[in-house]
Ligand binder design. Sequence first.
Ligand code: OGA
Ligand code: MN
Length: 303
Amino acid sequence: MTMMIQPIQPGFVGVVTGIDICQPITAKQVAEIERGMDSLAVLSFPNQPLTDDQQVTFSANFGELEIPLAAQMMAPEKRRFQKIELGDISNFDGKNTDRLRDREDSRRMYALANRLWHSDASFRAVGAGYTLLHSRVNPTKGGNTEFADMRAAYDALDSATKALVDDMIVGHSIVYSREQIGFEVKDDGNPDNLRPVKHRLVVTHPVTGRKSLYLSSHIGEIDGWLVPEARAFLRDLTEHATQPQFVYSHKWAVNDMVMWDNRTVMHRATRFDDLKERRDLRRTSIKGVGLAIDHVPAQQAAE
Ligand code: OGA
Ligand code: MN
């Protein structure tokens, strides 16, 4: 069996075949996948019937797994999975997977913000590197995941805008993305989780040297700008960066595993009838240590 990566959106998305990721893979295969992620940014692995444990094992080939903030902030009895590294991207009420979340369920409100373009965990000092999403149940209509190429979006900016954003420092917080959909994130007693963190808006890929917009709906402020100025500008920039020529829309089939690099890609969920139809995906994310260089520590940011 020879692993192959077939680009389906040139320079951006590839389909990987000739590998069984349910089984342990070799260091050579890990390196090959990483190379694919560097040159493209989204890889799809069809027909991979991963168990939860196998997903965690496969993901750990690429670095340290992060603990999702949603799981961290949720009371343990409310969590669907024992493994805290495994993100529950479903609309199920809990362990009974036939019962869907109520309309007013706060977990539903929180998850609705996945419909905004974002980069996973960008509100953390070290955001996510790769995210891996595995499909178990899909609705009959909608519920795609869309991806936007932030390197192509940066390249397409005019030179004046490039100059404006090149050294820009912005603040990210989970509060900013949730307030955009009118949902107030409750403090779980640890206000550090909600405090904005600063990142550079333009990041350079450590391997390819390509520049990319590190954009996310978690951003709510730009250093040195008034908030309304910042929000209006970020809206324009997001609109630019998510034009159809930069976007790939993934229609899920059961047992698809899709991985993307949050340092070069934004993503969002598309609508489906989540009060009537079932959807179940499992998520793992790798800490994006390569991007730590682009995090601006609070003290320096204040200067
Ligand atoms: C996520 C996410 C999108 C989707 O899991 O981080 O944004 O389509 N998911 O569910
Ligand atoms: Mn996400």
